[in-house]
Design a protein around this ligand. Structure first.
Ligand SMILES: N[C@@H](CCC(=O)N[C@@H](CS)C(=O)NCC(=O)O)C(=O)O
Length: 450
């Protein structure tokens, strides 16, 4: 009984697809845990006690001894570092990268846009009948891209015959799509086959929403430029191309990594119209930048690209050795990538908020999302930040924070007095050449009007 203190605790909600990911990882690794339900429908995620565990007000949260960690990606990377049984990432660098790509498509381009609080916003501002068609359009767009991405990789599971990180993120999203959001399974053959395989795999079955203690059982319907940066003497010849747009905050993350690692690259400017060009869609069916091409290897999704660069080009490591600190880096990066940026990206503001809610709503909406995220980040970093976000060295978290801070200041006029730590970090980033070279206004396609 005394060891109970040491038992892992998972704060979860039965139908939360983000919690579902963590349950799968825990099961795959054979880890026992106490399940602590947080009822999202009753708003328990916003109770002060819960906000102490996760200032963003989302499940899942994992408690492992003294470590309190929120965010499914951060938790899963932590579990994979600390409990090496059933590794979730393969040793092959390319396969690792595609795992991160598929994972990040789910976690930053699909799930945030069908999350409860966002659907409530649509219900209120646009109309309740708009919720389902919206979720379906997001799912269809994401699944179309995933079908294309995975077609040359799948075996029994998403990335071959082993269960890997991509599966842990895909399974909950497929479950939600096919059982809650009525996406016909025949539209997406690979996704459907994977869904059936997961349903027949014990670690996934036990993690299913309906098998959780808090489940409620009812029937639901519900331009080319070479940057002159120093290369290590021994560095192999690089043939890197970055497809980017100067204003994209996701693209901004990647040149910081390239610059820190001293890697030369060709910058290929992608305009709004060239994103739908069939040649570009071959590189990224989601029609999103950034895309990195390294020789024959094509990779999209900023997190996947940065993890790939870190695996392949080890100079200037972007993750610390210390396991909780690695996890904290993933947590910060993922808060930015999945809880802030998707809601303030230009496509979303112009195509959704402007058209469906109203043009005057764009700025207040973006500001509220950024403030909510920054409030959480400020709390999270208060005992962790040094000169940079997670101490005195630059790591992954800084690569995600810097672009988000930059756009908060420059585009969204956020008054930063409320966020002293973040303001200080912003100043620190502005003083470093690897970050300065990556600034939007320094990119070859920048239109500098002011
Ligand atoms: N990036 C976070 C997202 C977490 C998230 O969106 N959780 C949802 C459930 S899947 C939630 O708690 N929603 C409550 C709300 O929107 O108020 C993660 O991967 O853990």
């Amino acid at each position: 009984m005394a060891s109970d203190n040491k038992k892992l605790k998972l704060y979860s909600y039965w139908r939360s697809s983000c919690s579902f990911r963590v349950r799968i990882a825990l099961n795959l690794k054979g880890l026992k845990y106490d399940y602590i339900p947080v009822n999202l429908l009753k708003g328990e995620q916003s109770h002060p006690e819960f906000l102490k565990l996760n200032p963003v007000g989302f499940v899942p949260v994992l408690v492992d001894g003294d470590l309190v960690l929120a965010d499914s990606l951060a938790i899963i990377m932590y579990l994979d570092d600390k409990y090496p049984q059933h590794p979730l990432l393969p040793s092959d660098i390319h396969k690792r990268a595609i795992n991160f790509q598929a994972t990040h498509i789910v976690s930053s381009s699909i799930q945030p846009l069908q999350n409860i609080s966002f659907l409530n916003y649509i219900g209120e501002k646009v109309g309740p009948d708009e919720k389902l068609p919206w979720v379906q359009s997001v799912l269809r767009k994401g699944f179309t891209a995933l079908e294309k991405l995975l077609k040359d990789h799948t075996g029994r599971y998403a990335m071959g015959d082993e269960i890997l990180l991509a599966d842990v993120f895909l399974a909950p999203q497929l479950h939600a799509a096919f059982t809650r959001f009525n996406i016909p399974m025949n539209e997406f053959p690979i996704m459907s086959r994977l869904h059936e395989t997961y349903n027949a795999t014990p670690a996934f079955q036990e993690a299913l929403p309906q098998n959780q203690p808090d489940a409620v059982h009812y029937v639901q319907k519900e331009k080319v430029v070479l940057l002159h940066l120093h290369l290590n003497m021994e560095s192999e010849a690089v043939n890197l191309k970055l497809y980017s747009h100067w204003m994209s905050s996701c693209s901004f993350r990647v040149p910081i990594a390239l610059n820190l690692k001293g890697l030369k690259y060709h910058y290929v400017a992608v305009t709004a119209s060239s994103k739908s060009d069939p040649e570009f869609l071959k590189l990224n069916p989601l029609a999103l930048i950034p895309v990195l091409v390294d020789g024959n290897f094509v990779l999209a999704e900023s997190l996947a690209i940065i993890m790939y660069l870190d695996d392949k080009y080890p100079q200037y490591p972007l993750l610390p050795h210390d396991i909780p600190k690695r996890a904290l880096n993933f947590q910060v990066a993922h808060i930015v990538a999945s809880s802030i940026q998707p809601f303030q990206n230009m496509g979303f503001l112009n195509n959704f908020i402007e058209k469906k809610v109203g043009p005057h709503e764009k700025l207040p909406w973006a500001q509220s999302v950024i403030r909510k995220g920054f409030t959480a980040l400020e709390k999270l970093l208060k005992d962790q930040a040094g000169r940079y976000a997670t101490g005195d060295e630059i790591f992954l978290a800084d690569l995600f924070l810097a672009p988000q801070l930059y756009s908060a200041y420059k585009r969204f006029n956020i008054s930063m007095n409320e966020f002293p730590i973040l303001s200080r970090l912003h100043e620190a980033y502005n003083g470093i050449s690897a970050f300065q070279e990556a600034f939007p206004e320094k990119q070859p396609d920048a239109v500098n009007s002011d």
